[in-house]
Write a protein that binds this ligand. Structure first.
Ligand code: ADP
Ligand code: MG
Length: 626
């Protein structure tokens, strides 16, 4: 049977190429510069194996020449050039990559940075140009050729004159339309910007004439413009340099140049991995959170380069959410790109890199905590909240990664401590890690619920952020020690004797407490004897999973479920107020009701909870006063 060839509708194919691969027009320059760089690389490679060739770096460059009068933009290189056949084959066939073939023929695997592989980049030129002219003279050839195309109609090739080996690509830019401007690609500043953005680390100089101005020679105070050729790209990327050659200042300069942030980074991390997936990365831990960090508008991500060419501005997949504050870049030669070189084809390599990076950041933060506590605390002040969210999110799946990076204020140390430090100091008989919640350290200091725990000499962690308690609920325990709120109705502190005494008291005052509970209705689950109070007459505690602090947070969330903590009103039976309660219970029930409501409202105030009826509360106060 005869096998028929597929017929490609080249007109439509080219159209598709031009209009649907790239999201931004400006990348045409990236593609043409990458091709020019590949062409120079090929000479460089040939010189390695061919003694008759010498590669003097100074003779190899790429030049960009905008011409406003002609509306043309030229990209000129001193690379290997193309013969007539190569022009036909490489530029006349969509999806034919001479560069890929070159790599395969020469069995180039490592160490060479040839970028081309898909054989489509060149056609990006038609996004901005009506006519593309390529004048090329191949290495070792005597003749030069001119290839020219108006796009989908095809191309012509003819002999031409060209003195030097290399290629010159001239784009006749499209006329502006109502919604598209092509003039921008004649503008020095715009060109500089695009070159810097995508091609800063091309290894050969990209030169362009740039306008400067200087004072006139006479005394007129006027300025004249003059042009001077400049190298636009920085060429050697800092991440390819040896760590030992680089100073802190170099890293800081890179941070500023890249505008990763406007602060001074607390720490930089330079990674060079030469394993199954090879990559270089420079990461920064910023000192301060950007103004929009804790908003949904904040976009995490690292810059992603493939062989020094920028592929993606913010590759989100490289960072877990809890390290979203990390800034920087990753460069790898092992990425499988799709043909637009914008998205990644499949992400096995990327996943490996992301996992590596995550572990590295974790280790570096742990080092910072260990060796430079002051700076770690600075970091924690800015980003600790994000770490706690990380513990809480995804049902605590990442808590192991993060738990040793958490800090909480300690009642004993009067400063931030780690969970490990807390557990280390725990007396043997102490069963739980105690914490207290409140709006501020000051407020928690004054909480009556902390009295017993503090009296026992136990350390209390102060939770001042709404996420804190949710995060430890996810942790559940640390080094097998469970967390316990000082407001929990069962603190796990009482000795057997204490418990007996409490039980006896509960029995003795049963009727009084039941009466009080009746007065408060469904506001509390019960009223009981307090073991935790020393000097205060009253406080609230909770039974069950939901604490008062959690109730506050959950109810404050937009469309949050209305949850209720099971509140218990605890009474200090050793306080003088208790005698008044007993007296009122026996002689004046109306007074007991008044006292009960007052005590309940006081307990709410101490907790920082709103009083349901402030007017009734002040009226009750007045009743007591008269
Ligand atoms: P790719 O770069 O992915 O191979 P392109 O469409 O960008 O695909 O280019 C197609 C081919 O044309 C290249 O592989 C290369 O062989 C050739 N080519 C393009 N530009 C140049 C140039 N400036 N100098 C020499 N050869 C070039
Ligand atoms: Mg290319």
């Amino acid at each position: 049977m005869e096998i028929k060839q597929f017929q490609a509708e080249s007109k439509r194919l080219l159209d598709m190429m031009i209009n649907s691969i790239y999201t931004k027009k400006e990348v045409f320059l990236r593609e043409l510069i990458s091709n020019a760089s590949d062409a120079i690389d090929k000479i460089y490679y040939k010189a390695l194996t061919d003694d008759s060739l010498t590669f003097d770096k100074d003779n190899y460059y790429i030049r960009i020449v905008p011409n406003k009068e002609e509306r043309t933009l030229a990209i000129i290189d001193t690379g290997i050039g193309m013969t007539k056949e190569e022009l036909e084959a490489n530029l006349g066939t969509i999806a034919k990559s001479g560069s890929l073939a070159f790599k395969q023929e020469n069995e180039i695997k490592d160490g060479f940075d040839i970028i081309g592989q898909f054989g489509v980049g060149f056609y990006a030129a038609f996004m901005v140009a009506d006519v593309v002219t390529v004048i090329s003279k191949a290495l070792g050839a005597t003749e030069a050729y001119k290839w020219e195309s108006h796009g989908a109609d095809g191309y012509t090739i003819e002999s031409t004159e060209k003195a030097e080996v290399g290629t010159e690509i001239i784009l006749k830019l499209k006329e502006n339309t109502e919604d598209e401007s092509y003039d921008e690609f004649l503008d020095e500043w715009r060109l500089k910007e695009v070159i810097k953005k995508y091609s800063d680390f091309i290894r050969y100089p990209i030169k362009m004439e740039v306008t400067h101005s200087k004072p006139k020679d006479d005394d007129s105070n006027e300025y004249v413009d003059y042009k001077e050729e400049e190298t636009i790209n920085s060429m050697v990327p800092i991440w390819k340099k040896n760590k030992s050659e680089l100073t802190d200042e170099d890293y800081l300069n890179f941070y500023n140049e890249k505008r990763y942030g406007f602060d001074q980074p607390l720490k930089h991390i330079h990674i060079s991995v030469d394993g199954t997936v090879r990559y270089n990365a420079i990461l920064y831990i910023p000192e301060r959170a950007p103004y929009d960090f804790y908003t949904p508008e904040y976009e995490k991500g690292l810059e992603l380069y493939s062989n020094g060419v920028l592929i993606m501005n913010k590759c989100a997949d490289l960072l877990p959410d809890y390290f979203s504050f990390v800034k920087g870049m990753v460069d790898s030669e092992d990425l499988s790109l799709n043909i637009s070189r914008e998205m990644l084809q499949h992400d096995r390599q990327l996943k490996v890199i992301a996992k590596n990076i995550k572990n590295k950041i974790k280790r570096e933060l742990e080092n910072l905590l260990k060796n430079d506590r002051e700076n770690f605390e600075k970091f924690y002040e800015a980003f600790g909240r994000q770490l706690k969210f990380g513990v809480y999110n995804n049902f605590g799946s990442e808590k192991e990664v993060l738990q040793d990076l958490l800090l909480f204020y300690s009642s004993k140390e009067k400063k931030l401590v780690t969970l490990a430090e807390y557990v280390e100091r725990m007396p043997e008989e102490q069963k739980y890690i105690y914490y207290a919640t409140g709006d501020s350290i000051d407020r928690i200091d004054k909480l009556p619920q902390t009295e017993l725990v503090a009296d026992k000499g136990y350390e209390i962690l102060y939770f001042t952020e709404d996420i804190d308690e949710f995060a430890v609920k996810m942790l559940m325990n640390y080094k097998e020690k469970e967390f316990k709120s000082v407001s929990d109705s069962d603190l796990g502190i009482d000795s057997p004797e204490d418990q007996k005494e409490t039980e006896a008291e509960e029995k003795e005052y049963k009727e009084l407490f039941e009466y009080m509970a009746g007065v408060l209705g469904d506001k509390v689950k019960k009223v009981k004897v307090s073991k935790r109070l020393k000097t205060h007459p009253v406080c609230l505690s909770t039974e069950g999973e939901v604490t008062i602090e959690m109730e506050k947070v959950l109810n404050a969330m937009p469309n949050g479920q209305q949850v209720k903590a099971e509140k218990v009103l605890e009474i200090n039976t050793h306080h003088d107020v208790f005698k008044s309660l007993q007296h009122a219970f026996e002689n004046d029930k109306e007074k007991l009701e008044l006292f009960t409501k007052l005590l309940y409202n006081q307990a709410l105030l101490i907790e920082g909870l709103p009083i349901e009826d402030p007017v009734a509360f002040t009226n009750d106060m007045c009743k007591v006063m008269v």
